[in-house]
Design a protein around this ligand. Structure first.
Ligand SMILES: Cc1cc2nc3c(=O)[nH]c(=O)nc-3n(C[C@H](O)[C@H](O)[C@H](O)COP(=O)(O)O)c2cc1C
Ligand SMILES: Nc1ncnc2c1ncn2[C@@H]1O[C@H](COP(=O)(O)OP(=O)(O)OP(=O)(O)O)[C@@H](O)[C@H]1O
Length: 591
């Protein structure tokens, strides 16, 4: 009743709603099960500091403070505490055999790793003894829990005042380093857990795995993959109706190819959950990575995340960490109580943080959801993604492609058979052919991961077609020749719309042949240079990290040497003392 009063007197509207919902779930459970049929699973953690009758699984690796708090709480609230010293499953089996328990209350919250797939009432999992898991605070956030504990003045374990924000076992939990307070005394001090305003940092004191694309592909660094497959999916009715042109797909294909990945498919889908889920489900099983963009946001048509969740068979659940980012970004518009944009596929989402991004990238297993709406934004996301993962750069998991382009001035019929034979001789080399215009030469692109093999294939091709082969055919940067083989020169435009604007063309200005504004070439050259610089930059960063690691190693070794020197000195002193003793004893005996 004290709790009821405290909540009633509080003006925290959000807490009132959360509390009302939790009470509703508890009342509903108590109307379905008698008091003898329910138990409360209490681990001394902040989420289960909610006094009812209790079971506690005491583990040898539990903090003594947690044990002490649990026993104290049981005494204070006069609870019948069943201490179980078995693992959860066997303990529950024994408990249910000996008691008529049919429902167990838990302090599980959405976002806890164990909340995946759970609702407020969830039957125990297959293979577990049968009972109903009742989760009254499933929709509470980290802050809601602390608002409740502080408003209602409920006692909590002392560890939460010593910098622990989430408590596992003694082996995997340390105080949250972000809570360390500078102090002149030698003992490190920490702020209390309730001061953590970012729920996303709750588990910073727990040992956790690092996020990376690498985990989804292979964890063996030493082995570079020959080919990794990617699929690129765009979601947007506007692309399909031709209202909007999709530049992002092209950008992704270029970038993925540039880091050695092979793009298997690009697709454009309607803003429809089932279309997205079907395609993501298909592509994620065929490809190493799937990249999806469009349809991300709070609008009715933004169904991409729901589609991804459906493809993995999970629900969308509020993600506290993501909500925190959105709160910073759109705090005014965000009600705080409900934020549809903060709903992410539960249990499979990893947030990839980068200081250059205002919100982290969303990665659901091998599906990366990109929020970019134009190439500029996409470029930023791509750069961050490659920095954060082993997708590209010097840490790339794949060998990069090398390609060569040749032009052959022959008809398709003349080229067809020899090219087919060449393909059979070089099955490891990709042979692509296209024409820029019907009368022009065929451009042949040879792409592979082994330079020497490409050289051999080019030689074989030159031997087959002799003087009909010319190198070039690239359409990026400053052109020297048109694809018809003739030279082009820079000229100045004399038209009214483009006075004195430089361009490349034939002197004879033939129709249908190469025409390019010089500024476009400059742009392409600069873009090429930027991507080269970026890759150099990435390599420098990696090298710097390696140098730093080596410096630390040297420092450690120096400390070891200093320690060893002291030990040797001590040993020498000890030996001297021993020697003196031996001399004294010998001398004494002789006397
Ligand atoms: C009362 C109770 C009931 C549980 N029921 C289930 C269950 O039905 N299915 C399941 O996979 N795990 C169940 N668990 C195990 C939890 O999901 C989880 O593994 C456990 O709380 C340890 O969490 P931690 O790894 O965060 O410490 C149950 C645990 C408790 C205490
Ligand atoms: N050893 C245990 N004995 C009894 N119940 C447990 C135990 N471990 C977990 N539970 C139940 O599972 C819920 C979720 O556990 P979790 O590990 O997330 O702890 P918590 O209460 O959220 O505390 P914190 O996150 O601060 O460690 C608990 O609230 C409790 O109901």
């Amino acid at each position: 009743m004290e709790i009821d009063r405290a909540i009633g007197e509080s003006d925290d509207k959000r807490l009132k709603t959360k509390y009302k919902n939790a009470v509703f779930v508890i009342k509903r459970a108590l109307s379905l099960y008698s008091i003898e049929e329910v138990a409360f699973s209490f681990n001394g953690g902040k989420d289960s500091t909610f006094p009812v009758r209790t079971i506690y699984f005491e583990s040898p690796s539990a903090f003594t403070e947690i044990n002490a708090f649990t026993y104290d709480a049981a005494q204070t609230y006069d609870l019948q505490l069943d201490i179980i010293r078995q693992d959860f499953k066997s303990g529950l089996e024994a408990l249910l055999k000996a008691n008529p328990i049919r429902a167990i209350f838990l302090g599980v919250r959405i976002g806890d790793p164990t909340a995946v797939g759970q609702e407020q009432f969830s039957p125990s999992s297959p293979g577990w003894p049968p009972f109903m898991r009742v989760n009254p605070i499933l929709d509470w956030s980290y802050r809601d829990v602390w608002a409740f504990l502080l408003t209602c003045k409920v006692k909590y374990c002392s560890l939460y005042d010593q910098g622990y924000t989430s408590i596992g076992s003694i082996h995997d939990t340390v105080p949250n380093a972000l809570f360390s307070v500078n102090d002149t005394s030698s003992k490190e001090k920490f702020k209390p857990a309730y001061m953590l305003s970012d729920g996303r940092l709750e588990r910073a004191g727990r040992v956790k795995k690092n996020a990376s694309i690498k985990n989804d592909v292979d964890s063996d660094d030493s082995q570079k993959h020959q080919v990794l497959l990617a699929s690129v999916i765009a979601v947007g009715d506007e692309i399909l109706s031709g209202t909007v042109e999709d530049h992002l797909g092209l950008y992704m294909c270029k970038k993925l190819t540039s880091v050695g990945w092979s793009v298997q498919q690009t697709s454009v889908l309607r803003n429809d959950i089932d279309s997205v889920s079907d395609e993501v489900d298909r592509q994620r099983s065929i490809c190493d990575m799937v990249f999806i963009y469009g349809g991300v946001g709070p609008l009715h048509s933004d169904v991409t995340l729901a589609g991804v969740a459906k493809a993995f068979g999970v629900r969308l659940a509020p993600d506290e960490e993501f909500e925190e980012y959105l709160r910073h970004l759109i705090s005014e518009q965000c009600t705080g109580d409900r934020n549809e944009m903060a709903q992410l596929p539960e249990g499979i989402t990893e947030l990839l943080h980068h200081e250059k991004l205002s919100v982290p990238l969303i990665k659901c297993r091998n599906v990366v959801v990109l929020a970019a709406t134009n190439t500029e934004e996409l470029q930023k996301e791509w750069e961050c993604l490659t920095e954060l993962t082993k997708l590209g750069g010097s840490t790339s998991l794949v060998e990069l492609y090398t390609s060569r382009r040749l032009m052959i001035s022959l008809t398709d019929v003349e080229v067809a058979e020899p090219l087919t034979k060449l393909g059979l001789e070089f099955p490891d080399i990709y042979l692509g052919c296209y024409r820029k215009f019907r009368q022009g030469p065929i451009i042949i692109c040879l792409k592979g991961k082994d330079n020497a093999r490409i050289d051999s294939a080019v030689q074989a091709l030159c031997k087959k077609f002799k003087e009909k082969v010319q190198s070039g055919g690239g359409d990026s940067g400053f052109p020297t020749k048109c694809e018809c083989g003739l030279h082009v020169v820079p000229l100045l435009s004399k038209t009214q719309e483009n006075p004195r604007r430089p361009f490349y063309d034939f002197i004879s200005k033939k129709e249908g042949h190469l025409f390019k504004w010089v500024e476009d070439d400059v742009c392409e050259e600069v873009e090429d240079a930027i991507s080269k610089l970026e890759s150099i930059d990435r390599e420098i960063t990696t090298t710097k990290t390696e140098v730093d690691e080596l410096k630390t190693l040297i420092e450690d070794l120096k400390e070891d040497v200093a320690r060893s020197k002291i030990e040797i000195r001590n040993l020498k002193a000890l030996m001297t003392v021993c020697l003196v003793c031996v001399c004294v004893v010998t001398f004494a005996r002789k006397m």
